[in-house]
Every structure is written in structure tokens, then in C-alpha cells.
Design a protein around this ligand. Structure first.
Ligand code: 0WD
Length: 270
């Protein structure tokens, strides 16, 4: 019997089969979880691309709910939680795997970021966790778990990560404040800090391939983390195996984040 047998949750942020949320979902499904999913609303109802992509991935896993949701739209978010309550009852977990910054703002220097671009990036990449937590606490069972995805660029300067680094710093702080506030309701809130993984959104980050290559020389395990490892840890952070863990930022990056200077082998090869 899987450890998620009889457990239910919502997953926000599967764009395609490379999305980190999809890797977490596959691990949860293997363990018997029942899940509802959201996709970005399709602009053309005649050609519902996002919905179709999501359906193809999650219907084989027995999806209980598939709905559009733009996290900048309160009505969308309310509808999802109302439908989840109706169709699924109380929940055990919520996955928040959402981030966005307008491409020009993301690619440019932080000092050039536009006011509107900054507001939108923060709203989608940070405030959305707060707004989901606000709804989730009303239908999560005691022992429930909320998980978001972050990146080292929120803790340290990663050239090219730019405005998204500021959003991740705010997101990681929100995780701690939410963990503090929701702890007495027996709800846990954690972040998983993944190493670089090739997905739709990471393709917008400047020099992404170079960043990936660095893991082969700098990371203690001398490799980047494949998305399957992120999926497994995501599942663990949503499970009872992590029942004493909250307000945490767990790095799944082959140890890269602990390094303050390159390994000696790098100097030796110079
Ligand atoms: O290297 C990476 N890929 C890493 C990603 C390393 C460490 C962390 N992360 C984070 C990202 O910052 C993000 O928070 O993981 C999370 C998921 O990222 P992903 O799996 O790399 O990206 P992707 O597959 O693109 O999913 C992010 C999704 C969006 O996809 P697109 O590409 O269509 O924008 O966030 C969702 C959307 O599905 N999203 C929204 N959802 C609701 N409302 C919105 C919105 N307004 N905007 C974006």
C-alpha cells in the first residue's frame, strides 16, 4: 500500500511533461494520492492547448479535477478551491509550482526592471503562494502540507536569475511566515530548492546551460539533480515522513548550495 493511499491534494503548475510539478505528481500517484490539477486559462476556447496538454498527462493518473486557474485572478482561485471541496472534500496537500517574470524584465539588469514587470513577477511568483495558503488552510486537514518550489537565486546572487531571485527571496520568507502562522493549525509549509532543470520556464533564464554545466565541477556530487530526485523529495515533503518539518527550504541540488569556492580539483586543472 502506498503512503498516499486515501490522501488527496491539489497541484498548481504543470505546463508540460517537463514541469517539476509533473515529476512530483508522478511520485504522489505511485504512492496512491488522488489529485486535482490546474492549468493556465486558454486564450482561445476553440483550441484549448494548455488544458489538452494537462489532460493528456494527468487523466491516466486518475485526475479528480482539471480546471483553469490564473493565480492573478481571485475568482479563478476561489472557483478551484470551491470545486476541490465539492469534488474531493478535505485535502491533505497543495503543491505550488508557479513562477513568472516578463521576459524583458527577466533578461535585463535588476536596476532596469519596470514597475509593472516587478509587480507582476512578485504577484505570480510570490503572492500566489500566500493567496493559495489563504484558501488551502480552510480545506486542509490537520497534518496537511503545502509545498512551493524555489531556487538558490533567492539566497545568493546567481547572474542571469535577476528579478526572479528577488521573487524567490520573498517567496522563501513567505514560507517561513506562513509556517509560523499555520503551524498552530497543524499545517506545514515548506520550500524545495531545486537545482537547474530544463523546463519551459527555465529556458527563459540567461546562460541556463552554462549553469547546468557548473554542477558537474562544483557540486559535491559532481552532477546536477535530475527532475526525478526533485519529484521524490517533493513527495516526501508532502508526506507524513516529514511530519516534523515546516518553514524549511530543502535543497535538492547535489549539495551545490553549500560550496563557497570551487573544489580544489578546479584549481589543479588550471
Ligand atoms: O530549473 C528549474 N526549472 C527550476 C525551477 C529550479 C528551481 C526552481 N524552479 C521553480 C520555478 O521557479 C517555479 O516556481 O519551480 C517552479 C516550476 O517551474 P518549472 O517546472 O521549471 O516551470 P514550468 O514547467 O514552466 O511551470 C511553471 C508554471 C507555468 O508554466 P508556463 O511555462 O506556461 O508559464 O507556472 C504556471 C504555468 O503553468 N504559471 C501560472 N499558473 C497560474 N497562474 C501563472 C499564472 N498567472 N503563470 C505561470
Amino acid at each position: 500500500m502506498g503512503i498516499f493511499e486515501g490522501k488527496k491534494g491539489l497541484v498548481f503548475g504543470i505546463a508540460n511533461d517537463r514541469s517539476i510539478a509533473y515529476y512530483i505528481t508522478q511520485e504522489l500517484a505511485k504512492e496512491g494520492a488522488e489529485m486535482g490539477f490546474t492549468h493556465l486559462p486558454d486564450k482561445d476556447p476553440e483550441r484549448p492547448k494548455a488544458e489538452r496538454k494537462l489532460r493528456k498527462l494527468v487523466e491516466p493518473l486518475g485526475a479528480k479535477l482539471i480546471m483553469p486557474c490564473d493565480v492573478t485572478n481571485d475568482e479563478n482561485v476561489d472557483k478551484v478551491f470551491a470545486a476541490a471541496k465539492e469534488e474531493m472534500g478535505e485535502l491533505d496537500f497543495v503543491v505550488h509550482s508557479i513562477a513568472y517574470a516578463p521576459i524583458d524584465d527577466l533578461k535585463g539588469n535588476v536596476y532596469d526592471v519596470s514597475r509593472d514587470g516587478f509587480k507582476l513577477s512578485m504577484e505570480i511568483s510570490c503572492y500566489s503562494l500566500i493567496t493559495l495558503a489563504n484558501r488551502a488552510r480552510k480545506i486542509l486537514k490537520p497534518g496537511g502540507s503545502l509545498l512551493t518550489l524555489t531556487y538558490l537565486g533567492g539566497e545568493k546572487v546567481i547572474p542571469g536569475y535577476n528579478v526572479m531571485g528577488i521573487c524567490k527571496a520573498a517567496l522563501e520568507s513567505a514560507v517561513e511566515y506562513l509556517a509560523h502562522e499555520l503551524g498552530p493549525e497543524e499545517i506545514r509549509v515548506n520550500a524545495l530548492s531545486a537545482g537547474p532543470i530544463k523546463t519551459l520556464s527555465s529556458s527563459a533564464v540567461k546562460d541556463f546551460d552554462k549553469m547546468l554545466k557548473l554542477y558537474e565541477t562544483f557540486a559535491p556530487l559532481r552532477r546536477p539533480s535530475p527532475p526525478e530526485e526533485v519529484g521524490k523529495m517533493g513527495m516526501i515533503l508532502l508526506s507524513d515522513y516529514s511530519s516534523g518539518v515546516t518553514g524549511e527550504n530543502v535543497h535538492v541540488d547535489c549539495g551545490y548550495h553549500i560550496m563557497g569556492a570551487p573544489p580544489e580539483s578546479v584549481h589543479a586543472s588550471e
